[in-house]
Design a protein around this ligand. Structure first.
Ligand code: SF4
Length: 494
């Protein structure tokens, strides 16, 4: 075990996944989706894209980078139409290259269709291997393209029926927005792994987004969640048809949306994310209380839990760590001789608050432990007398197969190391996690049951793609490398 590692609060562990949005029946559909994607930017920063339909055709624009980098006023103007779908991506299956940017688009015998996906399919490689054997040609390495191929092969006359047939063959997590020339179809997998909500603009036009914070930005009102296993068709003349074409399954929405992914100003699975995080902090204080002088969050995602911890414990709260928000994606690690400033690039300790104090450091997760070790070192160097690390979720012991890019099981420190040994590794005076019972109690009031597989290893849907098919598909994907071109190749930020 080494204390070296990546140097940012989030490069140590979970990465964001993807976000989707759709607007139907509005003359500014693409502009509204563009704004919605701004609100969902935290869910994926590798690529962004919008596809818009005007009744006759679909126009699509995608690019690598943040929403603000991808879209210019001219690009948005070209996305004319009254309905649009959009996507921000952090790739959890397939590389970080332009051809994997979504929405994906294809033309089949029913016409053009565009599709954007949040989640990860656990049998995509098996299906893809079979499709390749039967002659299909794939243009991307994304699991999402499998759905398009299955739609194209369906004999169903209507797109919604072909989509239902395709989704009946895939396993795993999907919150989807799909557009053809005249309609938008949205779908959520039967377990409801990833969130998806329906909202309404003041003129009655429906909007769909991964999180409700997107509605707030465009002046839409939250109406309801898309139910697990629901397909909703939005058509001309205000037509809205809801189906449940899949066999019922026990819902398993991702509890980690509450812990880290979703924005605190969002309502997810019917509850305020910020309020749930505060409740986690209160429970953490009750379970893992400690005599201390100051509660300090690891910004930004540790803030609500730290506030809850402070309220419940009576220990004052303050921002003893300050985050630099202006690093950007293109930060280049300098030469070896000066590279060990690591986490200081993103965080700095406020000596005036910390020196001589007994500090409770609150964070939302501890994955490899390398970043927390550096933060503890930094806080100690700022003069803290004691450092007590508190984590507002249980130890992460298993990787996610449903759309969250986690390190491998071996890299998850808690999968093979006891809490006391982790404490010694990060060199804290004490370390405490929220229990699984405490976490599930804090989120009670949502859908009821949750996926907690990364804390238990108990997967609601097993990974169907075996090692052999994963190796076979990786060899095929790695046998082609595109150099340069528009958007070029961008290495995944590992
Ligand atoms: S394994 Fe963890 S991160 Fe993945 S869906 Fe389940 S709770 Fe969420």
């Amino acid at each position: 075990m080494t204390r070296d590692g990546a140097g940012s609060p989030r490069t140590d562990g979970f990465r964001d996944e993807c976000g989707v949005a759709a607007v139907f029946g509005h003359p500014e559909a693409a502009n509204l989706v563009y704004l919605a994607l701004y609100a969902l930017q935290h869910r994926g920063q590798e690529s962004a894209g919008i596809a818009a339909g005007d009744g006759e055709r679909i126009r699509r624009s995608v690019g690598m980078g943040h929403v603000a980098e991808v879209f210019t006023p001219q690009r948005l103007e070209e996305l004319a139409g009254t309905h649009a779908i959009g996507h921000v991506r952090y790739g959890t299956a397939g590389g970080s290259v332009l051809e994997n940017a979504q929405p994906l688009r294809m033309t089949h015998r029913r016409g053009p269709v565009a599709l954007a996906h949040n989640g990860n399919l656990v049998n995509a490689l098996t299906l893809r291997s079979e499709l390749v054997r039967q002659g299909s040609i794939f243009r991307t390495t994304s699991d999402t393209e499998v759905i398009l191929h299955l739609i194209a092969r369906s004999r169903a006359a209507r797109l919604e029926d072909a989509l239902a047939e395709a989704l009946g063959q895939v396993e795993g997590a999907y919150s989807l927005v799909v557009a053809d020339q005249g309609r938008v179809i949205v779908a959520r997998d039967p377990r409801g792994f990833r969130p998806l909500s329906l909202g309404r603009l003041p003129d009655g036009a429906p909007v769909v987004a991964s999180e409700s914070c997107a509605f707030d930005l465009i002046g839409a009102r939250f109406e309801r969640d898309i139910a697990p296993g629901e397909m909703l068709v939005l058509g001309p003349g205000g037509e809205e048809a809801s189906f449940h074409p899949f066999p019922a399954a026990d819902p398993a929405p991702c509890i980690f949306e509450y812990v880290y992914f979703s924005r605190p100003d969002s309502y997810v699975y019917g509850r305020s994310v910020g309020q749930v995080r505060r409740a986690m902090g209160r429970r953490l204080a009750a379970e893992q209380g400690v005599d201390a002088d100051l509660v300090v969050p690891v910004p930004d995602s540790g803030v609500p839990a730290a506030i809850g911890f402070s309220h419940a414990s009576g220990i004052p709260f303050d921002f003893g760590l300050v985050r630099n928000h202006y690093i950007g994606r293109t930060f280049i690690e300098p030469a070896q001789s000066i590279r060990h400033f690591g986490v200081k690039i993103k965080l700095n300790a406020v000596r005036a608050l910390i020196a001589g104090r007994r500090v409770v450091l609150v964070d939302d997760s501890l994955v490899r432990g390398t970043t927390m070790a550096k933060i503890v070192t930094m806080v100690r160097a700022a003069g803290a007398r004691e450092i007590h690390v508190r984590i507002s979720c249980p130890p992460t012991v298993a990787p996610c197969y449903y759309g969250v890019d986690t390190p491998s099981k071996e890299e998850l420190i808690a999968s093979h190391t006891e809490v006391e040994a982790i404490r010694a590794f990060i060199e804290a005076d004490s370390l405490g996690y929220l229990s699984l019972e405490g976490l599930t109690r804090a989120v009670q009031g949502g859908d009821g049951e949750f996926c907690v597989a990364c804390y238990t290893g108990d997967y609601p849907v097993p990974l169907s793609d075996g090692a052999e098919v994963r190796r076979e598909m990786r060899l095929i994907d790695e046998s082609v490398e595109e150099i340069g071109g528009i958007g070029g190749r961008q290495e995944k930020k590992r």
